[in-house]
Design a protein around this ligand. Structure first.
Ligand SMILES: NC(=O)c1ccc[n+]([C@@H]2O[C@H](COP(=O)([O-])OP(=O)(O)OC[C@H]3O[C@@H](n4cnc5c(N)ncnc54)[C@H](O)[C@@H]3O)[C@@H](O)[C@H]2O)c1
Ligand SMILES: Nc1ncnc2c1ncn2[C@@H]1O[C@H](COP(=O)(O)O)[C@@H](O)[C@H]1O
Ligand SMILES: O=P(O)(O)OP(=O)(O)O
Length: 262
C-alpha cells in the first residue's frame, strides 16, 4: 500500500465531503481501539473541527486509559481537536430498569450489548446536531463487508465511513504511519460491549488476519471444498457471519406496491 498517498486521499476525501456538506467538522467516539484512533487522526488532519467523545459504559480500565492517551496526544498535535467525556453508565443502568430482562441470558446480554452501541450513536448524533458536525464511522472493510461484526444502527449508524475500504491490516499500517500510540497498536481488537476482556477473536473464533484471508478467498470464488483443516474452519466461520449479516451490508428491504394496485 502507498501509505502516504492513501492517507492524503482519505484526508482530502473527508475534508471535501464536509466542506460540500456545509458542516464544521466531525464528531467521533474514541474507544481505545485502533479503528477509532486511526479515523480520528485522519479527521484531525483535515484541519476542520473534531470532537472526540469518550462514552464509558462499565468500561474496562485499560480501554479508558488507552482512549485518554490517544486523545491527549491528538490534542497536543492538532489545535482543532476538542474532547468530552459522556458517562453513559447511569443511562444504561436506567434503561435496564425500564425494559424486560427476561429470557435466555446470552440473548439478553447480546441485546444489551447492542443497546450500549446504540446509546453511543444517540450521543454522537446529539453532538452532531448541536455543533454542526458529521458522525465519523470507524468500521473497516472486514467488519463492515466481511463479517458484519458491528451493531446495526449502533456503531454502524454514521454519516460517512472513511476506512470502510481498508482491511484491518491496512488500518494498522496507516496507524503506524499516523503515529497512533503503541498501547493501541498492540491492543487486541475488542468491542468492549460486555464489560469483560473478551476480544473480537474470542467472539468470532477467528483472528482478523484469518478473516481477511477468507474474505480474499471468497472474492476469488473459492468454496469450502477448496480447503481443509483450520483453513476450512475459518472459511466456514467467515461465510456464516457473511451470510447471516448480509442484511447489514445491503439497502434495507422496501415492499414495492405493484402499479396495478395504486
Ligand atoms: N466493531 C466491533 O467490534 C463491534 C461493534 C459493535 C458490535 N459488535 C458485535 O457485533 C455483533 C452484533 O450483534 P447482532 O448482529 O446480533 O446484532 P444487530 O443488532 O447488529 O443485528 C441484529 C438485528 O438485525 C435485524 N435483523 C436480523 N436479521 C435480519 C434480516 N434478515 N433482515 C433485516 N434485519 C434483520 C434484527 O432487528 C436484529 O435484532 C455482536 O456480536 C457484537 O458483539 C462488534
Ligand atoms: N467507550 C467508548 N467510548 C467512545 N466510543 C466508543 C466506545 N466504545 C466504542 N466506541 C465507538 O464505537 C466504535 C466501535 O467500537 P468497538 O470497540 O469496535 O465495538 C469505536 O470505533 C468507537 O467509535
Ligand atoms: O473500533 P475500535 O476503535 O474500538 O477498534 P477495535 O475494534 O480494533 O477495538
Amino acid at each position: 500500500m502507498q501509505t502516504e498517498q492513501v492517507v492524503n486521499h482519505l484526508v482530502d476525501w473527508l475534508k471535501d465531503y464536509a466542506v460540500k456538506a456545509g458542516v464544521n467538522g466531525f464528531v467521533i467516539g474514541i474507544s481505545g481501539g485502533i479503528d477509532s484512533a486511526v479515523t480520528s487522526t485522519l479527521c484531525a488532519k483535515t484541519g476542520l473541527d473534531l470532537l472526540c467523545i469518550e462514552m464509558p459504559i462499565h468500561q474496562a480500565e485499560s480501554h479508558v486509559t488507552r482512549a485518554q492517551e490517544h486523545i491527549s496526544q491528538l490534542k497536543e498535535r492538532f489545535s482543532n481537536v476538542k474532547d468530552k467525556v459522556v458517562n453513559l453508565t447511569p443511562v444504561f443502568e436506567e434503561f435496564k430498569t425500564e425494559v424486560s430482562l427476561d429470557g435466555k441470558k446470552a440473548t439478553v446480554d447480546m441485546a444489551l450489548a447492542n443497546t450500549r452501541a446504540r446509546l453511543r450513536m444517540t450521543t454522537l448524533y446529539y453532538h452532531a446536531g448541536l455543533l454542526g458536525l458529521l458522525v465519523a464511522g470507524t468500521g473497516n472493510k472486514v467488519e463492515d463487508f466481511g463479517v458484519g461484526f458491528y451493531t446495526k444502527y449502533g456503531d454502524g449508524g454514521v454519516d460517512l465511513s472513511p476506512i470502510a475500504d481498508l482491511l484491518k491490516s491496512e488500518v494498522y499500517e496507516i496507524g503506524e504511519y499516523l503515529k497512533v500510540p503503541a498501547s493501541i497498536m498492540n491492543a487486541a481488537p475488542s468491542d468492549g460491549l460486555f464489560g469483560d476482556a473478551r476480544s473480537d477473536e474470542d467472539q468470532i473464533g477467528a483472528s482478523y488476519p484469518e478473516l481477511e484471508w477468507a474474505m480474499q478467498m471468497k472474492d476469488e470464488g473459492k468454496t469450502r471444498t477448496d480447503f481443509e483443516g483450520r483453513n476450512r474452519e475459518v472459511f466456514d466461520i467467515f461465510m456464516r457471519y457473511n451470510t447471516s449479516n448480509k442484511h447489514k451490508m445491503i439497502a434495507i428491504p422496501i415492499c414495492e406496491i405493484p402499479s396495478n394496485l395504486k
